[in-house]
Each structure stands twice: as structure tokens, then as C-alpha cells.
Write a protein that binds this ligand. Sequence first.
Ligand code: SAH
Length: 385
Amino acid sequence: MSATLPVLDSDAKPPVADAPGSPVKPGILDVPADTLRAWLAERGQPPMRVSQIRKQILASRATTFEAMSDLPKPLRAELADAFSVFSMRVEKHLFAKDDTHKLVLRLGDDRMIEAVLIQDDGRATACISTQVGCGMGCVFCASGLNGVVRNLTTGEMLEQLVLMRNLTDANSTNPDRAPRLTNVVVMGMGEPLANLENLLDALAVAGDKNGLGIGARHVTISTVGLPAKIRKLAESGKQYSLAVSLHAPNDELRTRIVPTNDKTGLDAILAAADEFYEKTGRQVTYEYVVLGGLNDQPAHARQLAGLLTGRKAHVNLIPWNDVQGLPYRRPHDTDLQNLIDTLRKNGVSVKVRKRKGSEIDAACGQLRRRAEQEDRGQRRQRSRR
Ligand code: SAH
């Protein structure tokens, strides 16, 4: 992590509808179509305006009602009085030389979340949050240090996608830089399957050709492992990819690292993941945060290989990203290599997650924590004055 984080000046931030401190109007992407239709009808406007407005934001990159040139001018002004295009605003915008962007977003109720855009090989991948905080309590993760505050709404998840899509270059001719979002990973703050309904609604819009046009096969949902919800996801009939955060090869160690394991246990999670594969035909990815000395020893490698051999599985090893104040360390190269070799020898496909935007590589939830700490500091200073 670097102390010299490049912060874009305010002109370069994706424009948002509300100025700081102004009263928060409902984000239009969260207004149900029926409600909006009724609101429009009261003003003598036809129902098709609903899809026009949504298309303007989702497809045409409009960031203000004023810019929606296919709407009558007076209507644009009325919309702007009643709603905002974005209910959230960009609190911090950091970017790295490799075109990775990290946004700390301040929601309408002043809470903060994070979203990340990663661009490489012609892909533009958005990593979105699903909750404010996280209730899962994984001991190495910054997102859950203060528990979960609330679920994000469907609109709040869509807004993250739109804000990041708006950072892609629509006129890109560089084959490495996609002109739109191509992929979504639901790996930001929160437990996606604890907010599954809102998430599925948001992804349905993201997948629509009149929405963001991101096909289900390009969406990966990462979960701590909630068996009943994994089954529900499989039953949704969509071709989303599933990533399960395993992090340990036996229940004793997993419960220490991932406390929710106490109630579920590895067997139930693996069984649900197997069912997911059977129903959807989608290979499951197992994520394994490598914590130096804790879950990366030869015995762990052998146990992990034993669990996954014969399963249609892929392993993503994620060397731990430092979180200030937590007593863990990154793995030694030899231990990481041994994990890779042992899995490969047993026929399990494995990759080490690449570090992106390394100079802004604050681990999940860290940027938000810092922004919240700054907030509290400012409030204390104000109250002393
Ligand atoms: N709640 C979901 C999403 C979490 S974020 C889940 O548990 O899968 C996506 C992945 O990043 C998870 O595997 C999570 O365990 C991992 N992660 C969280 N903090 C990390 C850190 N400091 N270093 C490396 N990986 C981390």
C-alpha cells in the first residue's frame, strides 16, 4: 500500500446529481417502475418515459436529468426536483497506473461502501459491494470488523455498476481497454447471499440488453458459504458463476478463520456447491486466502487437495492483503508454491490471484474504514471548536 494515493480532482469524478450536504432525494434506479409510471401519469406523461429514463442512465451514460435530451425540458426539471440520478456520491476516487480505479462511495444515509474497476486484456471488471459492512466476521477481513449495518438496495448496487461503467472509455480503440463493463465480481463489502433478492434484481438489469448488457456467464458471486442460499441461487436458473470462500481444509481451522463455519460446516457447503454445479453446469471456484503459517502448511495443502480432488473445482489462492492492526502475514513463497504444486499434482486446477492496482492495494474494506475514521476525526474537531 502506498501513502501517496493519487486522488482525482473533483472535476474528474463521475458527476453525481447532488451536491454534498443537499437533502437526499431518492435515487431513480430504486424507484419501482409502477411508482414512477404513476408519478409520470400525474404529470400527463406516457409510461414509456420510464424506460427512456432508465435507458438514458444505463445505456447512454446520462448523469443528470438535464442531459436526457429525449425528454421534454420541463419534465427534466421536475425529475431533478423529485429524484437524483445517483443516490450516492464519490467520496474518494483513487486510481493506479494500470487503470484500476477504487471508489469510496457515500450513500444517501452517509454510510460508506467501496467499489473497484479492474481493466485488463480487453475486460473491464466491476467489483461491487452488497452490504454496508459484513456480518460474517472472517477474522482476516477488514469489511466485517464493525459488523453489518444494512443491506444495499437494488438501485445502490446498480449505481455502483453504472458509476464504474462510466469510468470506461466508450470510444476505446485500445484492445486492452473495453469500452463498457464486461464482467462483474460480487466480491466487495458484504455477504452477497445474505442480500440475494436485491442482488438478483440488480444483476437482472445489468444483464438486460437495454441495461448494461453483461451476460450472466460474466458475473461471479462470491460467498462465505451459505448452503440454503447457494441452492436458491442455483434455482434462479441463471448462469452466474459461484465462488466459495473456503480458506481452510478442515472444520476446526475453518471455524477459527471463518466463524460462520461453526453453524454450517464444510460438508454442507461442499454438498451445496456440488448441487450448484449439477444444476447449472458451472464449475465452482474455491477461494483460499493464504495466511502465512496458519493455513499454508504441507498438511493443509494435502487436506485441501483431498477435499477437492474429483470435484469439478478450481482454486483461487489469494495471498492475504495486509489489514492494519490484524495479526496475520502474507505466505512465504515456498509455502505458496507448495500449495500450488500439491493441488496440481492431485489434478486440481489452481491460480494465484493477481494483484491489481498495487499502489492502491488497500484490502477489501480498508479504504472505507480510513474514510470513516477521517469522518469521525472531522466530527470530533468540529465539536471541539
Ligand atoms: N462475503 C463474500 C465476499 C467477500 S470478499 C465471501 O466471503 O466470499 C471476496 C474474497 O476476498 C473472499 O474470499 C474474502 O474472504 C477475501 N478477502 C477478504 N479480506 C481479504 C484480505 N485482507 N486479503 C485477501 N483476501 C481477502
